[in-house]
Design a protein around this ligand. Structure first.
Ligand code: G1P
Ligand code: ZN
Length: 543
């Protein structure tokens, strides 16, 4: 089959953000746009000749077509083998699992995660390296540099191949293996968790609802929760992946998964509920009458992980992204293990996991995972919760209350101001950075500011430095407010304000979080002038 070398002109702005390149689908569908970016990745990693790549995505609009293009380009660039999920589907954690298990050289994940999908919505592409994790910044920066000077790309002149049948085919000289998207991932889960105990839990009448949000986790959740663990049919809802996620926003939080959230606070609530996002790496955990914040979930899972067979030897350390609440640090201290604070984005956990310094990692944005792969993992978090519930035989509410009684409660909320003017947002942040020094020692809303800085991270493994990762304002008593701009949005800028207050007194553990945090919320508005500068009176989203 002929290889075509197509002349290319660089597109502006092919700069990977917090998690790969995300753009409007129409931008990605422009002739040459995807091709340029893929060729830039291949060029950056020293070509793909002789290599094995894993390819798959979350099923959103353009997923199947983009997969065909990537396969033809991989073949034209000399790749030996491509491993593709049936129907071009693979969850992000499954890609990470398969890269590691099959010792692939890397993988391409087609997803814009929790962003909506469809012709007028978002598309994305992320490159993962041979440890199964997202490419580190040294690579993503170089991909961007390369994309600005690209002059041609290579693609095989071939018909699309059938990705619906599991089995081995070929594209030119490249072998293509179409695999069941679930099997490798499921057997990894079976190796970590006590499936027999969870099966018994379901057999005893325990009820659960899992909302796959019409996204990629549907087939994984059905196979694992219903078929393998015996949860009744119908436990998994919205289980068929759709190109537009049913018109929804596949982000598992109280706003976008509202029906599930409301169910758990109604008379019909099952014992346990969970949801995951577009590409299956995020999770939301709910109990009857209980919402578990992602920061608390990380802390509870770390404190109880030893109950699952895969973690019975204990944890080496716990890592969290900087804006994530410090509840997990208290668990690490109690266990006498290391705790690490990294910039936002999963890629910063990879080195700590590879070096066996951390075992469990998490982010306030509904991501939790462990050293079993190098991505966050929604179904994994749900299974660890189920394993803990099967072992402790207490409700989610009881487990959370006893955790807070032992460690204290870190009240926590994130306020997002979405699609604000990018220049206004940048100015808000730069003006705030400029006055950080003058804030130290002053008092706002009756609370004095102990420290104020712009978070920078020195990676303890490779010594790399990452600067300007968010402004931290810390008050007396350990309360804090963090502000940063999102690196995953596609319209204007999103300002994220993270608010946290520690409460040791168990009689004060049942407050409404927004009320418990009200003084800090008011303080943040004063020092950052959020309402005046954004023109908004309310955040668009509070998690
Ligand atoms: C957001 C989250 C971050 C997460 C990323 C990818 O990034 O805040 O924790 O790793 O999505 O899922 P942000 O938009 O804040 O840059
Ligand atoms: Zn995701």
């Amino acid at each position: 089959m002929p290889i075509r070398v197509i002349d290319a002109r660089p597109f502006e702005g092919q700069k990977p953000g917090t998690s790969g390149l995300r753009k409007k689908t129409s931008v990605f569908m422009q002739p040459g746009y995807l091709e340029n970016f893929v060729q830039s990745i291949f060029d950056t990693i020293g070509g793909v000749a002789g290599k094995t790549l894993v390819v798959g995505g979350d099923g959103r609009f353009f997923n199947a077509e983009a997969t065909q293009i990537i396969l033809k380009m991989a073949a034209a660039n000399g790749a030996t083998r491509a491993i593709v999920g049936q129907g071009a589907l693979l969850s992000t954690p499954a890609v990470s699992c398969i890269i590691r298990k099959r010792q692939a050289d890397g993988g391409l994940v087609l997803s814009a995660s929790h962003n909506p999908g469809g012709p007028d919505e978002d598309f994305g592409l992320k490159y993962n390296v041979s440890n199964g994790g997202p490419a580190p910044e040294a690579i993503t920066d170089e991909v961007f540099r390369r994309s600005a000077e690209i002059s041609s790309y290579r693609i095989l002149d071939a018909e699309n191949i059938d990705l619906e049948q599991v089995g081995q085919t070929a594209l030119g000289d490249m072998a293509v293996e179409v695999i069941d998207p679930v099997a490798d991932y499921q057997s990894l889960m079976e190796s970590l968790f006590d499936f027999a105990a969870i099966r018994e839990l379901f057999a005893s009448g325990f009820t659960m609802r899992f909302d796959a949000m019409h996204a990629v986790t549907g087939p994984y959740a059905k196979a694992i929760f219903e078929d393998a663990l015996g949860a009744p049919a119908g436990t998994v809802i919205n289980a068929v992946p759709l190109a537009d996620f049913g018109g929804g926003h596949p982000d598992p939080n109280p706003v976008w998964a509202k029906p599930l959230y409301d169910l758990m606070f109604s008379g019909d609530a099952p014992d346990f509920a969970a949801a995951s996002d577009g590409d299956g790496d995020r999770n939301m955990i709910l109990g009857r009458d209980t919402y578990v914040t992602p920061s608390d979930s990380l802390a509870v899972l770390a404190a109880n992980a030893h109950l699952a067979p895969g973690y019975k030897a204990g944890l080496k350390g716990i890592a969290r992204s900087m804006p994530t609440s410090r509840a997990a640090d208290r668990v690490a201290e109690h266990l006498g293990i290391g705790s690490y604070e990294t910039p936002t984005g999963w890629k910063f956990f990879g080195n700590l996991l590879d070096a066996d310094m951390a075992t469990i990692c998490g982010e306030e944005s509904a991501g939790t995972s462990s050293n079993h792969i190098r991505e966050k993992d929604g179904v994994w978090a749900v299974l660890l919760w189920l394993n803990v519930l099967a072992s402790r035989r207490q409700s989610v509410k009881q487990i959370l209350a006893s955790h807070w009684a032992q460690f204290g409660r870190n009240y926590y909320s994130r306020h997002d101001y979405e699609a604000i003017d990018a220049a206004d947002a940048a100015k808000l942040m730069s003006d705030l950075r400029d006055k950080l020094r003058t804030l130290i020692g002053t008092a706002i809303e009756g609370m004095s500011i102990n420290s104020a800085d712009d978070f920078g991270y020195l990676d303890p493994v490779d010594g790399s430095n990452t600067e300007s990762q968010g402004v931290r304002i810390e008050f007396d008593g350990g309360s804090r407010v963090v502000l940063r701009l999102s690196g995953t949005g596609t319209v204007g800028a999103t300002l994220r304000v993270y608010i946290e207050r520690f409460e040791a007194d168990p009689t004060q553990h049942d407050l409404d979080p927004q009320a418990a945090l009200s003084a800090l919320i008011a303080a943040a508005d004063q020092f950052a002038e959020i309402k005046v500068r954004t023109g908004r009176t309310q955040p668009d989203l509070m998690t």
